[in-house]
Ligand binder design. Structure first.
Ligand SMILES: [Zn+2]
Length: 321
């Protein structure tokens, strides 16, 4: 049985993993700096070298590899195999023929997928979404990515652009979002949005141990620090997670009435807060949804951590090639 390479193309690092798609295990992996400033041609050459290196250092041959899946952080055209807009990479990669370039440089079948759709596929096949046919994934970090599996299929939509759950509007008159539009979930419940609530509380002079934990340096306030404060019983910190969970819950409620998912999976760094974040999401769902059996919808934390994306995109290319 051939193995597959899953690649995570990040703004900072390039990661390549050899994955056994039968059981979702990562057999071997390597990571190098992306050096995105050098431009897309240089990055693609470095990617191709990395793939050939990871095969060699795993003691394998090119013939042992069935294909390469690349998870890319942004908007893609899956039909043409091009990147359209990668906001975190220098030059944003408009119409870069990533799939065919890697195919040519390595001689291996190659497929692209958005990074959070890769995570969604990984969690569905081998993580928190195992065994059910419809799931919604929210990946909360610097932004909020999303992905859907509907009726046993990773949902793609036009060119793979479907499933951007972080950009569902939750306030018509809301603040500007990273996507350039207004009032998206991401502007309310992303890592920076949660940190900003902590900064505001401290600069308002509210009584909260967030101030002590950051030693009155607002730049040190992170979602993780606020979660630590909340675990000591700090009311302001608990309230911040209640608010973020409420916004996520309202969005998840909309997704529930649209899709009737079995499971809502919360991933990304911010999900480390666990029940601090998950409980208000569950409560909001119960309060807001009556037209489908909301008590049957499970809200759970992701399981595969950093490996979800490389596993998911390796499974994706195994199915496509
Ligand atoms: Zn947005």
């Amino acid at each position: 049985m051939k193995k597959y390479i899953g690649c995570d193309l990040g703004g900072t690092n390039l990661r390549a993993a050899i994955v056994d798609v039968e059981n979702g295990s990562v057999l071997h992996q390597m990571s190098i700096p992306c050096l995105a400033r050098e431009g897309h041609d240089a990055v693609m050459r470095r990617m191709a070298d990395l793939f050939l290196q990871v095969i060699q250092s795993a003691g394998m041959k090119k013939e042992d590899i069935g294909g390469i899946g690349i998870g890319a952080p942004g908007v893609l055209d899956l039909e043409k195999g091009e990147t359209l807009f990668l906001p975190n990479l220098h030059g944003t990669w408009p119409h870069v023929p990533l799939r065919d370039t890697i195919r040519k440089l390595t001689g291996l079948p190659t497929a692209l997928l958005n990074d959070v759709r890769s995570i969604t596929n990984g969690e569905w096949r081998f993580g928190a979404g195992r065994g059910v046919d419809t799931i919604a994934v929210f990946a909360i970090g610097t932004g909020i990515g999303g992905g859907l599996v509907i009726n046993g299929q990773l949902h793609l939509g036009i060119g793979g652009t479907g499933g951007e759950l972080g950009h569902i509007t939750i306030d018509f008159n809301g603040p500007r979002c990273g996507c350039g539009k207004y009032g998206c979930l991401e502007a309310y419940a992303s890592g920076p949005a949660i940190a900003a609530m902590g900064m505001k509380a401290v600069s308002q002079g509210l009584t909260t141990c967030i101030a002590d934990l950051c030693e009155y340096d607002l730049n040190r306030i992170t979602p993780e620090l606020i979660a630590r404060a909340a675990r000591t019983g700090d009311e302001i910190a608990i309230d911040i997670y209640e608010k973020a969970g409420f916004y996520l819950g309202v969005t998840a409620a909309n997704v529930c009435v649209a899709l009737g998912p079995r499971r809502i999976i919360i991933g990304g760094g911010v999900a480390q807060a666990g029940d601090l974040l998950l409980e208000p999401i569950r409560r909001t769902l119960r309060e807001r949804v009556s037209v489908m059996p909301i008590e049957q919808v499970e809200v759970v934390q992701s399981q595969l951590g950093d490996n979800a994306g490389v596993i998911g995109v390796a499974c994706w290319v195994a199915k496509e090639s």
